[in-house]
Design a protein around this ligand. Structure first.
Ligand code: NDP
Ligand code: HSE
Length: 404
């Protein structure tokens, strides 16, 4: 029997208990490991839940129990998750987590610590919820040179954008709904300002390109500036709006960014709706592969965490680590990357000729909104767009256009 302790009985933690309990026999049959949840650490008690008999409030009980082989950290945040993880690994226990904030900040150090202690450190659920993506990058795709990753990596923002676009609902109402469904972070600013997607693309890029991508270097915009007027224009253009996390490598040069994009109907990412996520990976031999599934939520995320628990149980005494080199990957400036830009302007479309003197050829988009119009530029660099935009008055907003 392999004893497991779960830290945090929230959305994901209660899901992990459910998956391991519900699928205990099937896991035993398929993977040959007999998993037992011995403790659940939480700040609260759960008097109406059978889990109460396993609830502890003192981490010392877990870290000092030699019978506990695997610690599942699903509390979130940096502290005390970092200290608890470190102590578990130093005690030779394997750790798995869905905590992308911790993996993005301290993953390199924790991987090293796991290796030194012949323990495992896995974090499949840290990117894309229930979608298997970390393990494929670590195993199936190791013979490929990955040169591009594009993902819808945040379930909450994709849920919000989908509901705003398809049902005309207001941002704040949909955010509340996403929080109630357990998709959002404790502080949903991490979702809507793009920080969560930024951490995830940093983790995936570190794994795919081999060196540590520091998430604080990734250019990041969220969806808080997207309005119902932007959606009117998007529909007029037969497009939708998605928060995309993107990174690419050319030789030694890696760039990464997170921003809302206009996505056309022909693009497979167009149809990724609601809480679903998708990750495109391009490899030099593989070509395109797309990983798709539920990006947040109790059971889906817990399924990914439990998959890590099973692998760690099979590797007790040896350890398995998803890792990258500690050396920092310097990111190239996004200002040289090129794409078309959609721009909303005050005024009327009669100004096209003057605008073309600044932006070059543009395509005017009339969406019937009073006192404004939109236009799409040809492909140009971010720096060039910023330089040109600074020369005109009346820009209401800009959204990048994804080319596919
Ligand atoms: P929740 O807030 O639902 O659960 C966290 C639980 O941990 C709560 O029960 C909380 O107790 C408990 N907790 C917090 N601090 C401590 C502590 N010091 N000691 C003991 N217990 C503690 O979060 P989620 O389950 O949604 O998320 C957990 C992690 O998984 C986060 O890192 C999140 O980013 C990640 N994640 C979440 C997904 C989702 O769909 N929800 C998907 C993928 C990843 P209390 O409530 O009393 O504070
Ligand atoms: N808040 C995150 C999201 C949870 O919405 O994608 C999954 O990582």
């Amino acid at each position: 029997m392999v004893n497991v302790a779960v830290l945090g009985y929230g959305t994901v933690g209660s899901g992990v208990v459910k998956v391991i309990d519900t699928n205990h026999d099937s896991i035993l049959e398929k993977a040959g490991v007999d998993l037992n949840i011995k403790y659940v650490l939480d700040l609260r008690d759960f008097p109406d839940d059978p889990i109460q008999e396993k609830i502890v409030h003192d981490y010392e009980v877990i870290v000092n129990d030699p019978e506990v082989s695997i610690v599942v950290e699903v509390m979130g945040g940096v502290e005390p998750a970092y200290t608890f993880t470190k102590r578990a690994l130093m005690a030779g226990k394997s750790v798995c987590t869905s905590n992308k904030e911790l993996v993005a900040r301290c993953g390199t150090e924790l991987q090293q610590l796991a290796k030194e202690n012949h323990a495992s450190y896995l974090f499949e659920a840290s990117c894309g919820g229930g979608i298997p993506i970390i393990r494929p990058l670590r195993t199936s795709l190791t013979a490929d040179v990955i040169d591009e990753i594009t993902g819808i990596l945040n379930g909450t923002t994709n849920y919000i954008l989908t509901k705003m676009i398809e049902e005309g609902l207001e941002f704040d109402d949909v955010l509340k709904d996403a929080q109630q469904k357990g998709y959002a972070e404790r502080n949903p600013e991490a979702d809507v300002e793009g920080h969560d997607a930024c951490r995830k693309i940093a983790i995936l890029s570190s794994l795919a390109y081999g060196k540590r991508v520091d998430f604080t270097d990734v250019y990041t915009e969220g969806i808080t500036k997207i309005t119902s007027s932007d959606i009117v224009y998007a529909k007029k253009m037969n497009k939708t709006i998605k928060l995309l996390a993107y990174s690419s490598r050319q030789g030694d040069q890696v760039m990464a960014m997170v921003a809302p994009y206009l996505v056309s109907k022909e693009d497979p990412l167009y149809a990724v709706n609601g809480v679903f996520n998708a990750i495109f990976v391009h490899g030099n031999m593989l070509g395109d592969a797309m990983f798709y599934g539920q990006g947040a939520g109790k059971e889906a995320t817990a399924s990914a965490v439990a998959g890590d628990v099973v692998e760690e149980a099979q590797m007790l005494g040896t350890g398995v680590v998803s890792s990258w080199k500690p050396e920092k990957q310097v990111l190239t400036d996004v200002s040289s990357t090129e794409k078309p830009f959609f721009v909303r302007m005050k005024g009327d479309a009669l100004e096209k000729e003057n605008l073309e003197k600044v932006f070059g050829p543009i395509k005017v988009i009339g969406a019937g909104l009073e006192g404004e119009f939109g236009f799409v530029t040809e492909k140009m660099s971010e720096a060039s767009y910023q330089e040109r935009a600074a020369k005109v008055d009346g820009i209401i907003g800009m959204i990048r256009v994804r080319e596919k």
